[in-house]
Design a protein around this ligand. Structure first.
Ligand SMILES: NC(=O)c1ccc[n+]([C@@H]2O[C@H](COP(=O)([O-])OP(=O)(O)OC[C@H]3O[C@@H](n4cnc5c(N)ncnc54)[C@H](O)[C@@H]3O)[C@@H](O)[C@H]2O)c1
Length: 315
């Protein structure tokens, strides 16, 4: 079946995501949009010209859209829409500093997505992530399972990379897990982390694990401080593209995502970072992982912190 994916926002995150999606050679069409006149068209032309070299048939369509929703006909029939529109952080900024400006952008984008791609699964990446995901669900009116956010895959990837470096082992042998929010209340789950199947807690002292957790928690800020002009996009785009792929392939992959939680872990009524089975309809189900008492308490704290902020956005 013909597959179509749209990436809204052709900045660093959006353009690298479009590239990864096109190079999968899985979709018939990748649509890239932005409000900056000519930018998505130019990037699409450039990406299409890489097709003979990279060897993919997917066509990339670039389209300038207006904040009034003009141009959005191009997204019609999209199976998946990835929302990257919005400001990134500058050094010293927290993700919450972006709330006001990005809420306005994301609300407008979500309304246009609901109008032109009413059957799509939406993956939100704009920050602050948990709040923008909740806002997108409200503004689209989509079933909650069809709206999710990308954060956990990135935080987990960062954690795995740091563990692999610390132990000098292949990254493929490392499995880590983070839950909670994409921010200060990220909840690392050391009890579920393994290296070649061995518990991480047996391979590294608790202080070293805590140091890696702290670096993971500040992983985004570390990149922002080095770049000075914007935030990370290679690892983030890899994460969003993989989520879109799981939807397109209806794969049932269990991935850490920001999903609506309804009773799992004794938590209800909030978008939160959890593991979930992803398929064509979005989140098939949230998958509960065994947690220690401390990890469970931290997840409850994270849920309450994001719940308060998500209701501010909804107001
Ligand atoms: N969830 C995550 O893990 C994660 C990771 C990295 C970045 N981010 C977030 O992703 C967002 C994008 O980051 P970036 O590095 O691509 O920033 P960027 O500044 O490079 O690109 C943002 C793009 O959005 C466009 N835009 C603004 N308003 C728009 C609208 N109404 N419709 C369509 N496009 C619009 C801008 O013109 C710009 O091209 C930021 O909010 C950033 O904080 C999230």
């Amino acid at each position: 079946m013909a597959k179509k994916v749209t990436v809204v926002g052709a900045g660093f995150y959006g353009s690298t995501t479009a590239q990864r999606l096109a190079e999968y050679d899985l979709f018939d069409t990748v649509v890239l949009t932005d409000i900056v006149e000519g930018k998505p068209e130019g990037l699409a032309l450039d990406l299409n010209q890489s097709r003979p070299i990279e060897g993919f048939e997917t066509k990339v369509i670039g389209k300038t859209t207006g904040t009034d929703g003009s141009g959005y006909e191009v997204i019609e029939g999209s199976d998946v829409v990835i929302v990257t529109a919005g400001m990134p952080r500058k050094p010293g900024m927290s993700r919450m500093d972006l709330l006001e400006v990005n809420a306005k952008i994301v609300r407008g984008v979500a309304q246009s997505v609901a109008r032109y791609a009413p059957e799509s699964v939406v993956i939100v990446v704009s920050n602050p992530l948990d709040e923008m995901t909740a806002l997108t669900q409200l503004a689209t009116g989509f079933p909650r399972q069809r709206v999710m956010g990308q954060a956990g895959m990135l935080d987990t990837a960062r954690f795995s990379h740091f563990v692999a470096e610390a132990l000098a082992v292949p990254v493929a042998s490392v499995r880590t897990l983070t839950l909670g929010s994409h921010g200060d209340t990220m909840v690392p789950v050391p009890s579920q982390c393994t290296v070649n199947g061995k518990p991480l807690t047996e391979l590294l002292p608790a202080e070293k694990i805590e140091e890696l957790v702290e670096r993971t928690r500040n992983g985004g800020a570390e990149v922002v401080a080095l770049l000075k002009t914007g935030s990370a996009y290679y690892a983030p785009s890899a994460a969003a593209a993989r989520m879109a792929r799981a939807v397109a392939e209806d794969s049932g992959a269990v991935l850490p995502v920001c999903a609506w939680v309804d009773g799992e872990y004794g938590i209800s009524g909030v978008y939160l970072g959890v593991e979930a089975e992803i398929g064509a309809a979005g989140v098939r189900r949230v998958v509960e992982t065994p947690l220690t008492d401390d990890e469970r308490a931290a997840l409850h704290d994270a849920a309450e912190a994001v719940r308060a902020k998500q209701s501010d956005v909804a107001a």
